[in-house]
Ligand binder design. Structure first.
Ligand code: SAH
Length: 257
C-alpha cells in the first residue's frame, strides 16, 4: 500500500490533507481516485490508514479510517555519523541506512574529509538529503523519517558522544585486532544492556582517507569504543551499512527471538 509522510499539522481530527509533490504523485503517478486507501505517517511514529475523499492537482483529502500499529522501527536508535565523503556517496549512505533502520544521520568533517563545508551549498544539500531520507523511509515502510542534521565539526561531534549509551568508532586498524571486532564490542554491550530496551547508539565512520590516530585517541577519550568491521578495508560508503547491519542483527531486528 502506498505510504506518504506528511507534517503533523496536516493531520485533522478525522481527516488528513496531502499537498505538494505527494498530492501530485497520488494523482498523476499513482492515478488514485476517491475511495482508494493509503497509509499516512507523521514522521514521528504515528501511522494511519486513510481513504481518499477528494483529489486536486495540488492537494488531496482523506478520511482517517484507523490508527495503525507503528512497526518498522528498531529498538536500538542508531545515529550514523558519516564523515563527509566525496561526490554523492552520502546520498547512498542515507538511502541504504534508512532502509536498514538508521534513526538519524550526522554528517561531519574530520581531518581528512575531502569535501569541505560550503555554507552556500549547505541549504540545497540539506534539502536533497532530507528528500532522500523521506523517500527511502516511505519505500521501506518506516514509521519515522530519519533526520539528517547540519554538518558538524569533529569537535562538535566529540561533544555529542556523551549523549549515547554506546559510541562505536569504526576503525579499520582494529579490523582484525583480537577482541575489538564489532561482534565483541556488541556482545559486551548486550551483556550490560537488554536488547529489548531502547538504546541510543552512535556509529562513527571516517572519510575515504580514514581517521588519524589523534582522532581515534580523542574518540576514546570521549567514551567511544573502537570497532573493527573485519580484516578487509571497506569503502567509506560501505562501512556504515555494514556497521548498522551488525547492530540490527545483534538487536534481533532481523528476526530471532
Ligand atoms: N584508511 C583506509 C580507508 C578508510 S575507509 C585505507 O587504508 O584505505 C573509510 C572508513 O570506513 C574508515 O575511516 C572506517 O571508519 C571505516 N572502515 C573501513 N573498513 C573498516 C574495517 N575493516 N573496520 C572498521 N572500520 C572500517
Amino acid at each position: 500500500m502506498q505510504r506518504y509522510f506528511i507534517a503533523p499539522e496536516q493531520f485533522g481530527q478525522h481527516t488528513v490533507t496531502i499537498t505538494g509533490e505527494d498530492a501530485h504523485h497520488l494523482l498523476k503517478v499513482m492515478r488514485m481516485k476517491a475511495g482508494d486507501e493509503i497509509m499516512v505517517c507523521d514522521g514521528l511514529g504515528r501511522s494511519v490508514l486513510a481513504r481518499l475523499t477528494s483529489l486536486e492537482a495540488k492537494s488531496a483529502e482523506a478520511d482517517i479510517i484507523a490508527e495503525m500499529e507503528t512497526n518498522g522501527e528498531p529498538m536500538w536508535k542508531v545515529t550514523v555519523a558519516q564523515s563527509l565523503p566525496k561526490g554523492d556517496k552520502l546520498e547512498t549512505v542515507i538511502q541504504k541506512c534508512t532502509e536498514i533502520g538508521a534513526a538519524a544521520f550526522v554528517p561531519f568533517q574530520s581531518e581528512r574529509s575531502i569535501v569541505q563545508y560550503d555554507g552556500k551549498k549547505e541549504e540545497k544539500r540539506q534539502q536533497r538529503w532530507a528528500k532522500i531520507a523521506k523517500e527511502a523511509a516511505e519505500q521501506a515502510h518506516r514509521s519515522i523519517i530519519p533526520e539528517v542534521s547540519q554538518v558538524m565539526s569533529w569537535k562538535q561531534l566529540l561533544l555529542r558522544m556523551a549523549e549515547f549509551d554506546l559510541v562505536l568508532f569504526c576503525y579499520e586498524k582494529e579490523g582484525a585486532a583480537e577482541g575489538s571486532g564489532i561482534a565483541d564490542v556488541l556482545a559486551a554491550f548486550r551483556n550490560t544492556h537488554d536488547s529489548s530496551r531502547e538504546a541510543a547508539i552512535l556509529l562513527v565512520v571516517g572519510p575515504e582517507g580514514g581517521f588519524t590516530v589523534h582522532e581515534a585517541d580523542e574518540a576514546l577519550a570521549g567514551g567511544a569504543r573502537l570497532a573493527g568491521l573485519g580484516p578487509r578495508i571497506l569503502r567509506t560508503e560501505t562501512a556504515a551499512m555494514v556497521g548498522l547491519t551488525c547492530l540490527m542483527y545483534e538487536s534481533k531486528e532481523m528476526g530471532g527471538a
